[in-house]
Design a protein around this ligand. Sequence first.
Ligand SMILES: Cc1cc2nc3c(=O)[nH]c(=O)nc-3n(C[C@H](O)[C@H](O)[C@H](O)COP(=O)(O)O)c2cc1C
Length: 215
Amino acid sequence: MENSILQQLREDYESDPLSKDFVFKNPIEQFEKWFAEAVLANLNEPNAMTLATSNIDYKPSARMVLLKGIDKGSFIFFSNYNSRKGRELLWNPYAALLFFWNQLHRQVRIEGRVTKISAEESDKYFHSRPVGSKLSAFISPQSEVIESRELLEKKLSETEKIFAGKEIPRPDNWGGYKVIPHSIEFWQGRTNRLHDRILFTLINQGEWKLERLAP
Ligand SMILES: Cc1cc2nc3c(=O)[nH]c(=O)nc-3n(C[C@H](O)[C@H](O)[C@H](O)COP(=O)(O)O)c2cc1C
């Protein structure tokens, strides 16, 4: 593709201002407000977020995951604990989350420490999932090289038969993580690239500092 095409793509963001005086003093409340607005705006999968981790050599990697809850100020997602992200989080439990709500010209950056949620909480969510999703979690060695899709499908139908009419147990290597944030930045696109950025940094338990950053 011609670079000139990419360089001509330009969108001007006309949005209401975001200022220190008009945000909640707690970033979780602010996030919940923006999230509710993203839902009201009928955005497709507003809970889709990029999760960035890094490996033992400090090399970063990123992928999408779905936010499945906010609990006591932590952001919850579910995955395979043996996956690449799972292994990276063992080495370095610090991660970043990123939401981009394009139609609202909004971005939220969250950084924090990641821990697993309790087995009971993971069980609760696992058992609320459709059967197909439970079976996939059960049979898929996420992030591993596999020989073919056919083998995966074979494993799926065999496992389906084994569990026909029975409860599918949550695999030990599948469950939830929570990101306990220490910084959250809200970005609102404005005209002429003079965007608004408000950064919340945790200074004490439950106490956040608010600053405006240059766009
Ligand atoms: C919109 C979207 C949502 C996704 N949600 C999840 C999720 O909640 N959990 C998950 O493990 N993978 C999810 N995935 C797949 C991941 O992006 C990724 O392929 C997978 O987790 C393996 O990543 P890893 O090899 O870095 O561990 C999602 C992908 C997309 C595109």
